[in-house]
Design a binder for this molecule. Structure first.
Ligand SMILES: Nc1ncnc2c1ncn2[C@@H]1O[C@H](COP(=O)(O)OP(=O)(O)OP(=O)(O)O)[C@@H](O)[C@H]1O
Ligand SMILES: [Mg+2]
Length: 398
């Protein structure tokens, strides 16, 4: 982005362009009567590149805009949210391909603003602020308004936000996961087939929130203490799993259906962290000691395991209903068994995220990655003439 361009994340629904008169104006052509359709978003199937740049609404959850948190909230409570600087990096990537980009916070003013902006597509990276399905809130609004957007729909976003629900789906499909149990209370009876050590984490958080040395519990007293702390601090059930001793592996992809691109698989190298930190990729490693992060990318897995990780990643992506991009986290046990820990249906794509590092390991830039996600969505909607590649080729041609 050039220095004289301004970039604002709108938060209050302020009208970016000529306003439409009602919310009905934001509905697409196939919904509502003709009278309702005055101000509806441009129908991309009737649009050509000559009609102007593709209008992209960048939808973000900015840490500074988060509602006040309780005084006793844990320090990592906002860890999932983006800074304005990060939002800027997404905008810069999209602007670099010649798209028209405006940004808005993923809050209750969003429908009004979208009605006025009339985007061709939304680039949604909203983690949401509150609620057990917070990542599903903006996709729900966009689905209701009939708008096109990147990433998971509300169903997949809610399913993958909730780790126990994801685990149940994976179990149904015969995908190996750690033995698990949801604790609504520290007094719940642990399942009889659990063997220590166990691992305790919040049921629906990310970015290592609530995951630290104490997450590994070695007896019932520690289990109950950690479950109590997790429930109280994060106001949600605790997910307890068998602790899988082994290597931390993560695999990312962009695309849809069978047209997907796998990035090189990454293994976290725990040797760079202070020795008092347990070899888990929790919030201390992700935030407090972020500068100590080292990885192996591509992970030294050999051909068969690499193929297995990719096959499982793709399967998990499909059975959870994800779209456009995703990242699946695994533990590779010392006996060579692969366990799926979770899928990130809205994986971080900041300039420092795991997915970005994977992409960079094969020569992509951050902007390439952001545009590849948009490209996957454009293809999914049949809007290929607006894809970053087409735009680039057209500008080269003259
Ligand atoms: N059952 C388990 N056994 C061993 N280690 C685990 C287990 N579950 C989680 N971990 C450790 O904790 C880390 C974070 O777990 P998980 O991926 O579930 O959390 P997250 O906060 O959703 O992460 P992300 O930052 O990817 O959103 C894993 O990478 C792994 O190191
Ligand atoms: Mg993870």
């Amino acid at each position: 982005m050039s220095s004289n361009q301004t970039f604002t994340v709108h938060v209050n629904g302020a009208q970016p362009r000529a306003a439409t008169t009602s919310l009905a104006g934001a509905l697409p052509a196939h919904i509502g009567s003709t009278e309702d359709t005055a101000g509806m978003p441009a129908d991309p199937s009737k649009r050509s590149r000559g009609d102007g740049a593709l209008r992209v609404a960048l939808l973000v959850s900015i840490d500074r805009n988060a509602p006040a948190t309780p005084q006793d909230a844990p320090y990592d409570i906002l860890a999932e949210l983006d800074s304005e600087k990060t939002a800027w990096s997404y905008a810069a990537a999209l602007l670099s391909r010649g798209y028209e980009v405006q940004a808005h916070e993923g809050n209750a003013h969003l429908p009004e603003w979208l009605s006025a902006f009339r985007p061709d597509i939304c680039f949604n990276v909203c983690e949401g602020f509150v609620g057990e399905s917070r990542e599903a809130q903006v996709p729900g609004i966009l689905e209701m308004m009939g708008l096109r957007y990147t990433g998971p729909g509300p169903l997949a976003a809610a399913v993958t936000q909730d780790k126990p629900t994801t685990q149940r789906i994976l179990y149904y499909h015969g995908i190996r996961i750690p033995l698990f149990q949801v604790f609504e209370s520290p007094d719940d009876t642990p399942r009889a087939d659990f063997a220590y050590p166990l691992f305790v984490k919040p049921a629906h958080e990310g970015t290592g929130m609530g995951i630290r040395n104490n997450s590994i519990v070695r007896n019932e007293r520690q289990l109950r203490e950690q479950v109590a702390w997790t429930i109280e601090s994060y106001r949600q059930p605790a997910l307890v799993e068998s602790y899988i001793e082994g290597r931390d592996i993560t695999c990312g992809l962009v695309g849809n259906g069978d047209d997907v691109h796998f990035f090189p698989i990454t293994e976290v190298d725990f040797s760079g962290y202070p020795p008092e930190l347990a070899p888990i990729y929790g919030v201390q490693q992700k935030l407090d000691y972020a500068d100590f992060y080292r990885n192996k990318c591509p992970a030294p897995l050999g051909e068969k395991l690499t193929a297995d990780v990719r096959r499982l990643t793709h399967q998990v992506f499909k059975v959870t209903g994800c779209r456009d991009y995703g990242r699946v986290d695994f533990r590779l046990a010392d006996d060579g068994t692969l366990y799926v820990l979770e899928i990130n249906s809205l994986p971080g794509i900041t300039p420092h995220s795991d997915l970005t590092l994977m992409a960079e390991a094969e020569g992509w830039t951050h902007a390439d990655l952001v545009c590849a996600v948009l490209d996957a969505a454009l293809k999914r909607y049949g809007m290929t003439e607006f894809s970053p590649v087409a735009v680039l080729n057209a500008s080269r041609a003259g």
